[in-house]
Write a protein that binds this ligand. Structure first.
Ligand SMILES: [Cu+2]
Length: 487
């Protein structure tokens, strides 16, 4: 899972397929050292929770305007972002299980957009199919029934061929779905329940975002932003805090750890709470995966600094920081509540309920022509919006086997596989049980080079047209995506 890839291979990965195509800038995927950014100086911002414009007995109605804004991300410099309501990240939506959320998105950008609620059990017309564009000047209403478990979801752009650029420019926000069961547990809440949306960015010297796709390998970038701030600092008190961590990077898989050596107490995966907390020394978190952890700062004395680290610097092409953000223990506070030992009902998976197994091979082929580059594919095919790659029947339980195949012995790269509509359980990773951090409900699973991962899912909720794709956004935009239909 964590086998290192050398810089040579990362470069070969592009150069090997792109015969003759220049890869001259492939080695400069981190910020220029002429603009050093001091770590842990900017306080961690918490994205504002959006208020509904009206509510009725069943539904909360929101309106979001997608527009350009000039914001200060790097101290003293300005960056033009494309933001939901002009903010980066977008405002947080707080939803409750069983109450519908209806969001009218108005596009005031100069480019077509699409909104997808990642992790949502959403009717097909609101799921954000890449061709369902909201054109500049137009609006579209997206309806989310929220008939699903509490979980940390996020909403982001999904426009055909331009998802990577649109999200890089800022079109992403958090969507926190709560339910009574979760609220009754007494987990840290209010200011002690902190979302951390991690996104890396590359900045041009004028402060603008530089979305460099490196020939569709992926826009890995050197400056770590959390909730839109570079290497921020959070002042915490001597008590437990809950963190909802989203890997919102375009192409950077993370491996989370704490500099103090403290374990990460994991309480949730993409699809919500685990049955019991799981203790992890490190947590790999590929793009679009979410993990919720509790950190107990009561063991530390005042003044202690603890760094949230990314130990996965694989694929980096220069010195790259392993730091994400810092927790500064700055206040004494007592919390009498103890961490619950039981979080959610057991979630056994009956493998024998599966009525069929399908196989999806994630591979790459060189492509030539005016814009040569790797062509990322599923089962050898580019994205075809007209033809489903699979059509499970409504209510069917299926095993989906994902295989990452290299090209000519190179091209080993992580493909985080995301299935819309359903949550699944990982049955096996390379013939072994799933890793500790991925035992709960998932909607995205990391598929590293040469790996095979089997998942099991029940296809229910809605009938219609959905997507299976790689969440390396540059792979997704360069056709590693497939339509599936629930029939
Ligand atoms: Cu991929």
């Amino acid at each position: 899972m964590n086998s290192p890839v050398s810089r040579r291979e990362f470069v070969a990965l592009g150069a090997g397929v792109v015969a003759g195509a220049a890869m001259t800038r492939a080695t400069s995927d981190h910020d220029t050292p002429t603009h050093p950014i001091r770590h842990f100086e900017v306080p961690l911002p918490i994205p504002r929770v959006l208020e509904p414009i009206r509510t009725d007995a069943t539904t909360d109605y929101y309106e979001i305007v997608q527009r350009e804004e000039r914001v200060e991300i790097l101290p003293g410099r300005h960056t033009v972002i494309w933001g939901y309501n002009g903010t980066f990240p977008g405002p947080t939506i707080k939803a409750r299980r069983g109450r519908t959320v209806s969001i009218r998105h108005v596009n005031r950008l100069g480019t077509p957009t699409v909104v997808h609620l990642h992790g949502g059990v959403t009717p097909p017309e609101s799921d954000g199919f890449p061709m369902d564009h909201v054109m500049p000047g137009e609006a579209r209403e997206y309806v989310y029934p929220n008939a699903q478990r509490a979980a940390t979801l996020w909403y982001h752009d999904h426009a055909m061929d331009h998802t990577g650029r649109n999200i890089y420019m800022g079109l992403a926000g958090l969507y926190l779905l709560e339910d009574d069961e979760e609220r009754s547990l007494g987990l840290p809440e209010g200011p002690y329940d902190v979302p951390l949306l991690i996104q890396d960015r590359l900045f041009a010297s004028d402060g603008s975002f530089h979305h460099k796709t490196v020939n569709h390998l992926g826009a890995k970038s050197g400056t770590m932003l959390v909730n839109g701030a570079p290497w921020p600092r959070l002042d915490v008190s001597t008590r437990a805090c809950r963190f909802r961590i989203v890997n919102g990077c375009n192409a950077t898989p993370l491996r989370l750890a704490l500099s103090s050596g403290d374990p990460l107490i994991q309480i949730a995966t993409d699809g919500g709470l685990l049955p019991v907390p799981v203790v992890c020394r490190q947590i790999p978190l590929a793009m679009a995966e979410r993990v919720e952890i509790v950190i107990d700062f009561s063991r530390h004395s005042l003044g202690t600094n603890i760094v949230l680290q990314n130990l996965n610097t694989r694929g980096a092409t220069g010195p790259i920081s392993n730091e994400i953000m810092q927790f500064h223990v700055g206040r004494v506070e007592h919390d009498s509540r103890t961490m619950p030992t039981h979080l959610a009902e057991g979630q056994p998976v009956d493998r024998s309920a599966a009525i069929r197994t399908r196989q999806f091979v994630f591979s790459v082929r060189p492509s030539f022509g005016p814009r040569p580059g790797p062509s990322w594919r599923i089962n050898g095919r580019r994205f075809d919006p007209e033809t489903p790659i699979a059509s499970p029947g409504y209510g069917d339980v299926e095993i989906w086997r994902f295989i990452n195949k290299r090209f000519l012995g190179v091209l080993g790269i992580v493909h985080p596989v995301h299935v819309h509509l359903v949550t699944f359980k990982v049955l096996e990773r390379n013939g072994r049980p799933p890793l500790a951090h991925e035992t709960g409900w998932k909607d995205t699973v990391a598929l590293d080079r040469d790996e095979e991962v089997s998942v099991i899912a029940k296809f229910e909720g809605y009938r219609g047209r959905y997507l299976l794709h790689c969440h390396n956004l540059e792979h997704e935009d360069h056709s590693m995506m497939a339509r599936f239909d629930v029939v």
